[in-house]
Design a protein around this ligand. Sequence first.
Ligand code: PLP
Length: 389
Amino acid sequence: MDLSKIINSNIAGIEPEGISTFSQQIAGTPDLIKLTVGEPDFKTPEHIKAAAIKAINTDQTHYTAPEGAIETRRAASDFLAKKYDVHYEPESEIVITIGVSEAILDVYLALLNPGDEILIPAPAFPVYAGAVQVAGGKVVFIDTSNDGFKLTADKLAETLQHHPNAKGLILTCPNNPTGRTYSEAELKAIADVVKNYDTIVISDEIYSEITYGGQHHSFAKYLRDQTIVFNGLSKSHAMTGWRLGVIFAPAPLMKQLKKVHLFNTYNISAFIQAAAIEAFTNGINDAAPMRDVYKQRRDLVTSALASVGISVVNPEGAFYIFAKVPDNFDGTSVDFCLALARDAHVGVVPGSAFGPGGEGYFRISYAASFDDLTESMNRIKSFLAVKND
Ligand SMILES: Cc1ncc(COP(=O)(O)O)c(C=O)c1O
């Protein structure tokens, strides 16, 4: 039997995800300092680990309600209300997922009929586009590279005129890979445009706790009835391996989303939910000290890059720097990142992995130790000095 014939052609046509593909490609490089993955290097706070251990020892090891135990949903609801002044009913407007990764696909599966469009401002986290394809939808990228790597209300209005039936718009604030954030005025202007269309804003706020300039504003504050919010613990609480995300959505949308989640996973592990309750309540401010350290690292990397003439997109949040491939480098962003891995033993991600607008850039994740960051900046400096000779 020809096994390739049995595969859904839609799935077979999907390109592998760019960040992990590139990371694997350079993984065998000796003495590589990996600044590729968006993975906090901090340890999960002890009190959260203790809550999970206690839950296991007290036999919280069975199914919970599919959407998450009501206590978990209440804790997530309180977290969002206290932090960002947006309010969701634990009973009908929240579901706990296996990371935001699950949330993305759940939402697409709930929204998209075959061929329906999702608008993705790019460069963007690559999973957004790949998951649209998995769900049988169509990606419409909006290149933000000429607008300071932000979606402007004008560009959105123009795009929606051409795609008036788009089902969803992705908004990521703070952004991966650029670290850009949106002001209240910018979010309001976007809301004013979207409210004229039957388009849902899918607001990925997983980096909400890691903003440097000012307070994070949830998009739901401006257009609650047309917004789905994602948040989670991976980045804020250094809990990537625990896999906990949350979807907040108006009840009529959530009613359908819950079906997808239930058929997909039923519930996430009971003891991980216990840890999440601890994180959302007693750990409500756990991210603050980590954020302060990330800020110092951001400053270290941006000034080191500036000293060798590499310009960066001003990062206001998350833990990434989107830096420009030097003008005198002859090649693509993939060529540059391969050369950097091979010759300088520093791993970064080519901008092209993030879609339109990304070529000509590379992403550095500075969720790494000061020592690794200092050493990798020295290596980049020497690499460029040799190239410029
Ligand atoms: C913007 C963005 N959304 C979602 C995710 C996935 O998060 P999770 O670990 O909750 O699945 C990431 C991870 O890098 C991300 O950068």
